[in-house]
Design a protein around this ligand. Sequence first.
Ligand code: MEV
Length: 439
Amino acid sequence: MESISGFSKLSKIDKIKWLAAQIGDEKLTAEMQSFWHGNPAVQKHFDEFSENTLTNYYLPFGIAPNVFINGKCYAVPMVIEESSVVAAASKSAKFWADKGGFRAEIIGTKKIGQVHFIWEGDFNKLYVLFDDLKEKFLDSTALLTKNMRARGGGITNIELVNQTHLEPNYYQFKATFETCDSMGANFINSCLEAFAKTFIEWAAVQEIFTPAEKHPTIIMSILSNYTPECLVRAWVECEIPKLGEVEGFAPEVFAHKFYKAVQIAEKDTYRATTHNKGIFNGIDAVVLATGNDFRAVEACGHTYASRTGKYSSLSHASIENNHFKFWIDLPIALGVVGGLTSLHPLAKRSLEILGNPSAQELMKICAVVGLAQNFGAVKSLTTTGIQKGHMKMHLLNILRTFNASEAEQMQAVEYFKTNVVSYSAVQSLLDGIRVKAKV
Ligand code: MEV
């Protein structure tokens, strides 16, 4: 591959042609074009989400129906490529639908932003003058926060934090925000940059400051994606007999195996990682479908999972007096206005399908789907094993790679009801079918 300057200035088709020439495959141009939207205006809209767009990358958009949360039934949109995820979420939702459904509550909605700075001076002077500076911060952001305040949000606190035990002369302004129905990243970052500018101007005219103290160095101003106090709890619970027989296991046996599996995920980091990955299978799919930032959500969740100093399970289970409870505490910052939520037509649709929830309601939906996903995975793992369900879906994917006809697919599905699915087993079955068809 050659390097190129001015690539971003080429037209879309010239970008594709350049790439086709580089990889020596003329077919690339037609292939990329085949994934363009039929309506050029819609395509232009998608092109503009990012830079150097060549085409669209398709992912399945599905729904998990029968998700009961606090008595209300949702059909939850999910965007995910991994087979079995939507099926597992739907199955768990149905399992719990006649046992009271899922419950969820918001514990907090606090978001955090920081101005990190270096200041060579006497901390006490800054400390004493901080109330005055805080007033200036609020004044300088009054216009920025006007609409948010009208909606009941805004800047809720600003602290001066001495971090010199971590790094010489390192301090920060740590602010908390309420961003209502928006995720709030732009709002928070704009406020923080205004704080930084105000601080520089304010420090320069403080009479009691030495020349060095009058010139703090702003290192950066940015929100934190770690929001442990933007937290939602979701749970399911019932008397153990109500669980019924689960895949041939008596309810008591199932409940205890399930409980042990969660205990293991709480204690063993290797298992916790996979356990939490299963949770994020569900959460990410809803976050993507609703146009939210799944990288921020993942980063926050994994930091929270490590908050004791040891990475652990995000979900927990208990058995007390024959009562089974399974729950998750999930920090998650989401928006239902702004960003992609209104720009991406399918994100907008997803929110409509969910009944245009508030950000808090969407937090509950995500936590519930994560818990449902986790329940489905751990239920399979502790009963039938995961491969039974996985391989059924995987079989269809393998059959597609061999361009199996509908008749071949039906024969294969029948055959693999009693045989172990593998790539080579599928290949030899199809070879056999095809040889027979020739004679
Ligand atoms: C696969 O995507 C997710 C699981 O591995 C989760 C788990 O092991 O709990 C099945």
